[in-house]
Write a new protein. Structure first.
Length: 275
């Protein structure tokens, strides 16, 4: 079993919701990634989502696309990402790490080789954006054989059939894409998100994380009121980009954003508990 179910169980027992920041491995520089992961945990992150750089990140908007370009300029490969996770684990044996990326690098490495290497590095879950559940059997089997959680996306347009299909193959948590579009897109419609989450919960018992459109502490708090986890990507990556020339500034800005979100989420869930 990965660290992910245990972390969600701990959070549920304490009445808190998971905060999951996303960064692209190697952005703005590979030397920054491991210290930044530790900084995010210190600021209040419960799980970490680490992007694997890929040349055609079709689910991502311009902010994360540019982050991928910066990482690829440093020649960061899937092997390098696994090495970064391994180094992170030397200082943090507990925080779950999810790799988010695209299928091609995994295909090139081979499913079983990848699953073995990811497990040995300390990865907990894998989200391959462009792997449809209908074609995921071999990868899912390889991941589960090494105690890794295959994580899948659901969208506002997902049908009941699709929800059931993903419920049959996913573990760890399910990532609900709150918007029709790419990362960093328009504003959230919370009523619509809440209604879709209720529909999904009628089929899937796993924790539900919501990402895309989490821009600040207020939106993080609002989503924490209806979801089990809040995933923040573009808002964080844009701060990294703006301060990429200074690792110290990157750490400071990341701390400010994640700590603000953590405080707002905890205040929002505490208010709900009091009602």
């Amino acid at each position: 079993m990965s660290r992910i179910p245990q972390r969600f169980a701990e959070l549920h027992a304490s009445g808190r919701k998971a905060l999951i920041p996303y960064i692209t491995a190697g952005d703005p520089d590979p030397a920054v990634t491991v210290p930044l992961l530790h900084t995010l945990v210190e600021a209040g992150a419960d799980l970490l989502e680490l992007g694997v750089p890929f040349s055609d990140p079709m689910a991502d908007g311009p902010v994360i696309q540019r982050a991928t370009e910066r990482a690829l300029a440093h020649h960061v490969s899937l092997h390098d990402v696994l090495d970064l996770v391994r180094r992170f684990r030397q200082g943090d044996p507990d925080t779950p790490v999810v790799l988010m990326g695209y299928l091609n690098p995994v295909e090139v490495m081979g499913y079983q080789v990848f699953a073995d290497a990811a497990a040995e590095a300390g990865v907990d879950g894998v989200l391959t954006v462009d792997m449809p559940p209908e074609e995921s059997h071999d990868l899912v089997q390889a991941l589960r054989g090494r105690g890794l959680d295959p994580i899948f996306l659901l969208a506002p347009t997902s049908s009941q059939e699709r929800i059931r299909l993903i419920g049959a193959v996913a573990s760890g948590f399910v990532y609900y894409v709150s918007l029709k579009g790419v990362t960093g897109a328009a504003n959230l419609a919370l009523d619509s998100v809440a209604a879709k989450l209720a529909e999904i919960r009628g089929v899937i018992e796993l924790p539900l994380g919501v990402g895309f459109g989490i821009k600040d502490a207020d939106t993080a708090a609002a989503v924490a009121g209806i979801a089990d986890a809040v995933v923040v990507g573009s808002a964080l990556v844009s701060r990294i980009e703006a301060n990429s020339a200074s690792p110290e500034a990157v750490m400071r800005e990341a701390t400010d954003l994640i700590a603000d979100m953590r405080r707002a989420m905890d205040a929002a869930t505490a208010t709900i508990e009091e009602r």
